[in-house]
Design a protein around this ligand. Structure first.
Ligand SMILES: *Cc1c(COP(=O)(O)O)cnc(C)c1O
Length: 425
């Protein structure tokens, strides 16, 4: 049996209808921008393997650092003990975050980083003896797949079976200059009842790369601050260079109370989540009263290997050449988006930094249109490019190691696929 068949016999894949799924592609090797399957075919990873791979696959520097760490200290219980990689990573990360972020709490992935943030806010109110349980979030938000994270995410087919069991959340539209007054009035309807406001800053990733402007979000944040509503900024996707700056926070004029990180945190090499908090949040948990403790943790909290991978990845990220490479991607995306806008099959082209998204125009061929994502995905796979549409939204989120020439290859293939769609009408 080949690897695909053996896989099918034993594995259950994420976000996959196993009955109708296309054959699963066995990947045997990764190198920089490329993944290689068991027939030797190479694929350009234009989506950074679900938005995590920052510097390319099997990066030798990260591999070397993790390997050294593996021979030194692979894991230690993080209650009652600490280690150099965790302390160093917290120090390095906090230096890059908004000034008010002072404490780092480790977990294992983006969803857990969000769970921790929500628990911090809800218990913050509890510890202060206040009745604040309402949560504010954006429509179509995506904050993860665990129950708390699902609760603050938009309701969809993904959450439907669990509807009754998710906690109540007030969903508002992302801010625009036109709707800001309306959003404020919704918030004002429940004064002093908000436990927190959670949001993906600038780009709502899984919703289909929906984007809003930093000025509008800053204005909404300013209003939340004035009304004493705690803010959780979920930078699981936007962090570590994706938006063209190191964090989405670098585009904003207001500081959140809590921030969440994962995905690019370790350069896409190891699972890890981080929740950071301001001094005010942290101090609300300091007490002689044991009930005010944050009773949360995971077996692998602050795993030294993952911390080391994150340290190495952040070191590469902050190198001048990497920041310059990010700049190149931003600029090239910008000129390609002008080209895209003129294509008859394309609408709603949008870009934030290294994230470029657009939609395939619906020409009223509805049943076919529902399948358009799959059709397009297969076309790109055939061409050796991994582009995984969200419905009819296509997007690029390339690793920062992609060269100008490789970007041009991707752009050229996109144009050809769009032309094929146009011709097939
Ligand atoms: C992916 C994502 C998450 C969930 O992270 P996982 O590691 O997949 O659990 C949370 N928030 C945002 C904004 C994300 O994009």
């Amino acid at each position: 049996m080949n690897l695909s068949d053996r896989d099918r016999a034993v594995n259950w894949h994420p976000y996959t209808q196993m009955k109708t799924a296309d054959p699963i592609i066995p990947i045997v090797k990764g190198h920089g921008l490329y993944l290689f399957d068991d027939t030797g075919k190479q694929y350009i990873d234009a989506v950074s393997s679900w938005w995590v791979t920052l510097h390319g696959h099997a990066h030798p520097y990260i591999a070397q650092r993790v390997s050294e760490q593996l021979h030194t200290l692979e894991q230690v219980i993080f209650a009652g003990f600490t280690h150099e990689p965790a302390v160093q990573l917290s120090e390095n990360l906090l230096k890059l975050l908004p000034k008010n972020q002072e404490k780092v709490f480790y977990s294992d992935n983006g969803s857990t980083a969000v769970e921790v943030a929500l628990k911090m806010c809800i218990q913050f109110a509890f510890n202060e003896g206040k009745e604040k349980t309402k949560i504010l979030a954006f429509k179509n938000a995506y904050h993860g797949d665990t129950f708390g994270a699902m609760s603050v995410s938009g309701r969809s087919a993904w959450t439907q079976p669990f509807g009754e069991m998710l906690f109540d959340v007030v969903f508002i539209d992302p801010p625009t200059p036109e709707n800001l007054d309306e959003l404020k009035s919704i918030i004002c309807k429940h004064p002093n009842e908000w436990a927190c406001f959670i949001y993906e800053p600038l780009v709502q990733g899984a919703a289909g790369m929906l984007m809003h402007h930093p000025e509008d979000l800053s204005e909404l944040m300013r209003f939340c601050r004035a009304n004493d509503i705690l803010m959780i900024q979920d930078e699981v996707f936007t962090g570590f260079g994706r938006t063209g700056k190191v964090f989405a926070a670098d585009h904003l004029q207001e500081q959140p109370d809590i921030m969440c990180f994962s995905k690019g945190l370790t350069g896409g090499t190891m699972p890890m989540g981080i929740t950071t908090a301001s001094r005010r949040i942290f101090e609300a948990f300091l007490s002689e009263d044991n009930y005010k403790t944050l009773f949360h943790g995971h077996s692998f909290t602050a795993n030294p290997l993952a911390c080391t991978a994150a340290l190495a990845s952040m070191e590469i990220l902050m190198r001048e050449e990497t920041l310059a490479a990010i700049e190149v991607i931003c600029k090239k995306h910008q000129s390609f988006s002008e080209h895209l806008m003129r294509h008859p099959k394309v609408e709603k082209v949008r870009q934030t930094g290294t994230i470029l998204a657009w939609e395939i125009k619906n020409d009223n061929r509805t049943s076919y249109f529902n399948e358009i994502g799959k059709v397009v995905y297969r076309k790109f796979i055939k061409r050796g490019i991994i582009i995984r549409p969200l419905g009819n939204v296509l997007y690029l989120v390339p690793p920062y190691c992609i060269t100008r020439e490789e970007l041009d290859i991707v752009y050229r293939n996109i144009t050809e696929v769009l032309d094929e769609l146009e011709a097939s009408q």
